[in-house]
Design a protein around this ligand. Structure first.
Ligand code: GDG
Length: 493
């Protein structure tokens, strides 16, 4: 039976920390503060489980050694001993073909319903399959290790994201051959596209079968679940039950679950309560905020054009509103991302040149990563957060913003094309492609009466507090528990 005490093997593209060398050449852990790590690392620690992933080093530069945590380390991974970490080390070229060539050049745009940007290349797909095989071999090693120390346990293997959609069947076959009983789940952090988009991928049948190798499959929202079920039915001819969200494949029944990810809510609240003010504003100046990885799915250009339209339509905001955009460098070695950065630099330069006055510039632009403390202060001190991706699995920034709104209540503007849009009903929803309407919505947010802001923010905060990242994790554990309780794998449709 699966419970939170079943030892867990988390398998993700990356380890929960990066391994680098300090100035003396010693290996050290560098923390990555993502929501996934914060939520899942403690469960791996608690269940004495294992984490399989890429360490940040290539085979050419790695001995496979994992440093222990620094004794002063307070992060969620501090309790993770080096023997609980299984690093995946790949030759640089193979990693590049898998990661840049297939994950980011094919699946990222395709799954975000931007097929014109997707590249389909047989050799990159082959590299993806080989790397997934490598992950599968190391995952089975992890399962063996857990079984040695606890022979009666049924480990729970949890595969994460679009990097690992082809590992499950190999893991299952190898475990079956060795007589090792496991439960296996997959969670996708990005959208799952409709059949019309998925069918463009030349090897869509293999991919779907790859995911169906798991017992349980999770997506952020119901729409993505239904897209997946639809693809399985139409491409593979599977029998499906949309109401119960079940798919029958190879005499097994796979259960599908909407599991909306969230944030460590209380952590953001306490960061916001403690953080000093970092943005110095003139009296009565309002701050609009955008925080994103610099990625074409995040709709940065559309947002800035809407802000320009606002300044033209409502010149009363000139010198009274500043737009602060934090853009975290991402995939900087990829041409498309370099071009997007160029486009943004030019656009922001043009708008600042056109509207700036001696004491004010409309856009403050940070190209880089700020600390989480600073980020919490930005969230807290902004009047309006503009979270308007063209497409996004969930979007955690929207949730972090409301958690940090501990002072004067602000307004969240949200795109309906983010997973978060399907539950954060009190946000102002806007289609980022409709520039004029978008500008009007920003104006409405900036001029919204306090009682309306309060009402909306209170409800948004209550929902996010109740449905935080622990709620997500508990829901996931419940979904895999019901799996073994119902013996779904014997076929129930
Ligand atoms: C993928 C899916 C899904 C951003 N700037 C800074 C910074 N951040 C942090 C934010 C937030 C995270 O990065 C971004 O999370 P998102 O959810 O917005 O987006 P992706 O990175 O695309 O994540 C997404 C997510 O997976 C989880 O399943 O929601 O849809 O695409 O946590 O706070 N953090 C710091 N400095 C910054 O400058 N410290």
């Amino acid at each position: 039976m699966v419970s939170s005490t079943s030892p867990m093997v988390v398998v993700a593209n990356r380890l929960p920390f990066i391994i680098t060398k300090d100035k003396d050449g010693n290996l050290v852990r560098k923390q990555c503060a993502g929501g996934l790590v914060t939520a899942v690392a403690p469960v791996v620690v608690e269940t004495e489980g294992l984490w399989v992933g890429w360490s940040g080093l290539h085979k050419e530069d790695s001995t496979g050694e994992i440093p222990e945590a620094d004794p002063l380390d307070q992060s969620p991974t501090a309790g993770l001993k080096s023997k609980q970490v299984i690093p995946v080390c790949l030759p640089k070229q193979q990693f590049d073909d898998y990661y840049n060539g297939c994950c980011n050049a094919t699946f990222w745009p395709l799954f975000h319903s931007m097929p014109d940007r997707a590249i389909f290349q047989a050799d990159k797909w082959e590299a993806y399959r080989q790397v997934n095989e490598e992950f599968a071999v190391l995952t089975v090693e992890a399962v063996k290790k857990l079984k040695e120390s606890n022979p009666d346990s049924v480990p729970l293997v949890w595969l994460h994201d679009y990097h690992l959609m082809m590992a499950a069947n190999s893991i299952r076959d190898m475990c079956d051959n060795l007589g090792l009983q496991i439960n296996m789940a997959f969670f996708l952090h990005i959208p799952f596209p409709s059949w019309d988009i998925m069918r463009l991928f030349p090897w869509d049948d293999e991919l779907l079968q790859g995911i169906l190798g798991c017992d349980s499959v999770g997506f952020h929202v119901e729409d993505y679940c239904l897209n997946f079920i639809d693809c399985c039915q139409r491409r593979l001819g599977c029998r499906v039950d949309r109401e119960q969200m079940l798919v029958e494949h190879n005499s097994r029944t796979v259960s599908v679950h909407p599991l909306p990810i969230s944030i460590p809510y209380e952590r953001f609240v306490s960061l916001a309560m403690k953080a000093p003010q970092v943005v110095k504003n003139h009296d009565q100046e309002q701050l609009l905020l955008g925080v994103d990885r610099l990625d074409y799915t995040k709709g940065l250009v559309h947002r800035i054009l809407a802000f320009e339209t606002l300044l033209k339509k409502h010149p009363e905001h000139i010198e009274h509103v500043t737009f602060l955009q934090v853009a975290v460098p991402s995939r900087t070695d990829v041409k498309e991302y370099q071009e997007l950065k160029e486009e943004l630099d030019q656009l922001i330069g043009r708008i600042n040149g056109q509207f700036s006055t001696p004491n004010w510039s409309p856009i403050r632009y940070i190209y880089g990563c700020v600390s989480q403390e600073e980020l919490a202060a930005f969230y807290r001190d902004s009047s309006v957060a503009v979270v308007t991706p063209l497409r996004d699995g969930m979007n955690l920034v929207a949730k972090e913003f409301v958690a940090c709104q501990t002072g004067e209540p602000g307004v969240l503007i949200l795109s309906p094309f983010a997973g978060a849009g399907s539950s954060m009903h009190e946000a102002l929803l806007v289609n980022p492609y409709e520039t004029n309407e978008f500008a009007d919505v920003i104006h409405r947010a900036l001029t919204m009466p306090k009682d309306e802001r309060e009402l909306r923010m209170k409800q948004l905060r209550r929902r996010e507090r109740e449905r935080d990242v622990n709620f997500w994790l508990t829901s996931f554990l419940k979904s895999v528990k019901s799996l073994s309780d119902d013996s779904i794998s014997r076929g129930r449709l």
